[in-house]
Ligand binder design. Structure first.
Ligand SMILES: Nc1ncnc2c1ncn2[C@@H]1O[C@H](COP(=O)(O)OP(=O)(O)OP(=O)(O)O)[C@@H](O)[C@H]1O
Length: 567
């Protein structure tokens, strides 16, 4: 709640103008109806024409003032809300960006989508319906009560008591129930978004495996549950509004009865009765939406809490502290590093110890599942070691800002994302200022015969596996920092292309620190050291020649590799 108020108060000017215009709108509306009541009564007494004319002119004035102030109140408050939402989105996006590579270990993408779209969207009600309308209502009521007191203290008292009932007592009594309904609705909405995202991602696989219908049934069940929560909420809202409307009507009736009684006793001039009844009717019309305040307040609060959960999530690293990596290219050292994935019974990596010297080339090889990519992820600070230490340029990794590390490394992962757009857009991710000549050169280096304007479909759907890999390598060519980390850069390429690109890679990375994971064992003769990983341990270390001479795991893997190639 405090956070929400702070966010709204960043738009102080919009808040003040909305309150001012809202109050003018409310008071002029009350004035308009009061004046109408008065004219009706006055007209029955057949006053001179000029009196009617003056009153009618005032009526018009009130009408115009009411419409103009209402219009600008809406404009200012909605513009303010849009700015507030935009600030929230930016803040949330900054948090996501900071946590992005690690966040998927704890959150599913559909849930994140729901937070960034629906939860942020829910917050618009906070300013528009929760924050300033009650202040406007209070101002209009104070004005009305003082105005009414001038004619009858008792009628003013009736209005005051009814106001407390509609604006405070009834909403407070119902807050508890709304809390549950709102919470369930947000949870169901997040679940629906999560399941829908999964189905969209896996649509093709589900269709091929004939399980789409079952999956869609599950989604439909969640959608029904969400619709039910929405239905429950709508019912509660309507009930509350109806209750407020009932109290309002009761108040109007009371004012009429009490007023009529005072007219008969002579303590109220009958000329003012219609005016008092109509002013009461108008101001209570403004009070009816107050029934919705607790619901929207709770919903905003819960949505904000869901957004904040991510900010408060402990991903095991303070990314905003630490010094910068100054040395280029830098060395990477693992000192007795062990690592266990959350929820796993055993360590995936055990006592990993090695040093990739600055400007040297290291290859990590080993069987599938031996832990090569995990070493990589630790190196990139995507996970923290369970024990031991990783040092970058001699500094402990935990003291280095992840973003600084990522900025200074050229990283190729096994899976790379391609965006809907052109080849140019997809390459420029690595270097936004790259010229077309530069991009064309990179495409040529990657042996890709693409036009820069060629359309890339979502997830690179219209590219082959090898094309995607070369396009991703092209990004590396463009980024070209002094440290390269490559996870299976040629796994989707044929041996001949692999050989040519491997050669180019060696040329391109001269004098840089290179760590490359490789399944296949071609071209590792140029590596300064090869680490052979076996079941989470480093089983062998040495150059190609050393390891061949040792006739250990590497030697055997190499023999199998060559055998496979010959086949
Ligand atoms: N996020 C994760 N949570 C739990 N276990 C994981 C996770 N990622 C990988 N593992 C497990 O850790 C082990 C090592 O995986 P890793 O991806 O490091 O192997 P790899 O040597 O790179 O394999 P490949 O050559 O097939 O890519 C595997 O048994 C894998 O199942």
């Amino acid at each position: 709640m405090k956070v929400l108020v702070n966010l709204v108060m960043q738009e102080r000017k919009a808040v003040l103008i909305s309150i001012l215009l809202g109050s003018i709108g409310g008071i002029t509306a009350a004035g308009l109806f009061a004046m109408s009541g008065y004219i009706i009564s006055e007209a029955s007494l057949k006053p001179p024409l000029y009196v009617i004319l003056i009153l009618a002119a005032c009526l018009k004035l009130f009408g115009i003032a009411k419409s103009v102030s209402r219009y600008f109140e809406r404009v200012v408050s909605h513009e303010g809300t849009l700015r507030i939402l935009s600030n929230i989105r930016m803040t949330f996006y900054d948090q996501l960006e900071r946590l992005a590579p690690r966040i998927f270990t704890k959150y599913r993408s559909g849930d994140l989508l729901s937070r960034i779209v629906s939860d942020v969207e829910s917050l618009q009600n906070f300013f528009l319906r929760v924050f300033y309308p009650p202040i406007v209502l209070a101002i209009v009521f104070i004005f009305t009560i003082f105005f009414t007191m001038f004619y009858s203290v008792w009628i003013a008292l009736v209005i005051l008591v009814s106001l407390i009932l509609t604006a405070v007592v009834i909403p407070t009594l119902r807050t508890k129930r709304h809390e549950k309904v709102g919470q369930h609705k947000l949870e169901k909405r997040a679940a629906l978004s999560t399941e829908m995202t999964e189905v969209l991602y896996g649509y093709r696989d589900l269709t091929i495996s004939h399980t789409l219908h079952e999956q869609m049934d599950e989604v439909a069940a969640i959608a029904d549950a969400y619709a039910e929560e929405q239905h429950k909420e709508s019912k509660a809202l309507i009930r509350d509004q109806a209750l407020n409307a009932f109290v309002s009507m009761l108040t109007v009736a009371s004012v009429l009865v009490i007023g009529a009684y005072f007219v008969t006793t002579g303590s109220l001039n009958g000329l003012y009765l219609a005016m008092l009844v109509l002013i009461t009717l108008t101001v209570f019309d403004l009070a009816i939406p107050m029934a919705l305040v607790p619901t929207f307040e709770k919903e905003s609060d819960q949505a904000m809490t869901r957004l904040q959960m991510i900010e408060q999530e402990d991903f095991g690293k303070e990314t905003d502290v630490g010094t910068f990596i100054k040395k280029q290219p830098f060395s990477i050292a693992f000192q007795d590093v062990s690592f266990r994935y959350e929820g796993q019974a055993e360590d995936t990596l055990q006592h990993i110890q090695f040093m990739a010297l600055q400007g040297s080339r290291t290859a990590i090889v080993g069987a599938s599942g031996s832990g090569k990519s995990t070493i990589f992820q630790l190196m990139l600070d995507l996970y923290n070691p369970t024990s031991g230490q990783i040092r970058i340029a001699g500094q402990p990794l935990e003291e280095i800002q992840s973003e600084d590390l990522w900025k200074k490394t050229t990283v190729l992962l096994q899976q790379n994302h391609f965006f809907y757009g052109t080849i140019r857009d997809n390459l420029r991710i690595a270097k936004p200022i790259a010229t077309d000549e530069e991009l064309d050169y990179v495409l040529k280096e990657m042996e890709l015969d693409f036009d820069l304007n060629m359309q890339v479909l979502e997830h690179g759907e219209n590219l082959s596996g090898g094309e995607k890999q070369r396009l991703a390598l092209g990004r590396m060519w463009l980024k070209n920092t002094s440290v390269w980390l490559l996870d299976e850069p040629f796994s989707a390429l044929d041996p001949a292309t692999t050989k040519r690109l491997h050669h180019k890679l060696i040329q391109k990375t001269k004098g840089k620190t290179v760590v490359m994971i490789s399944h296949r064992l071609q071209g590792l003769e140029q590596m300064d050291q090869i680490l052979v990983v076996d079941e989470g341990r480093i089983a062998e270390v040495g150059t190609h020649a050393d390891l061949i001479e040792q006739q250990g795991i590497y030697y055997h893997l190499k023999q199998i590799d060559e055998h496979v190639l010959q086949e």
